[in-house]
Write a protein that binds this ligand. Sequence first.
Ligand code: KIV
Ligand code: NA
Length: 261
Amino acid sequence: ADRKSIGSWERAKRNGERRALITAYDYPFAKLAEAAGIDGILIGDSLGMTVQGERDTLRVTLEQMVYHTGMVARGAPACLIMADLPFGSFEAGPAQAFASAAQLLKAGADIVKLEGGAAMVETVGFLSARAVPVCAHIGLTPQHVRQLGGFRKQGKTEDAAARMIEDAAALAEAGARMVLMEAIPAGLGAEITRRVRVPTIGIGAGNGTDAQILVMHDVLGLTGGYVPGFAKVYADGARMVREAIGAYAEEVRTGIFPPAE
Ligand code: KIV
Ligand code: NA
């Protein structure tokens, strides 16, 4: 079934079919995710943490996002490919955002994602009118971590929730084709999903969103460290990798590998 076109995601929403996305950052894991039947893949700027070992996403560059987007797009030609606009590549204005988004589309993205609510409405309109499909990321927006003072749940007060509903409606009205919500109350995720016509994606946003997304390294248990409370770990990947590499090293030391012939 079509999972690549944005139209197929809109049909899924209308039919009440839930879809699953995951992040990936390179060719082999994108290929595995597609083979596993995932619907969409995000090249997230979370690669700053999962791949680069940074504390947050702020140092990820557009050039790096373009590089990783190309690898993922080649690995998963049948999935929706979403790529993050990294911090500093779009906030200065619509023209800057368009120049950056164009690079991600050329690298193989079907849709770009950008963080921000009301402040990004104009930019979303500009991109949407110029051939760039946009997913608006609201709620906890990790690029705003310095301003937020940490990675905290958002939309907890009535005022904040009302503002988020308004922001989501305004972003969709401006042309956003999808809305992603991170770390907000489940009721608010469901409410926004009912209010906007476009498909919603949740992470730590309850079970009332049209689709869900998780970070690959959390799902596979590869982080060996902190996993956010809303994530679910489906495998002990760190142990599997450690044991395989350990077995190889041990065989070299003991002369079992390589064999004499
Ligand atoms: O960068 C990322 O992985 C994300 C998801 C957590 C939504 O933006
Ligand atoms: Na991100």
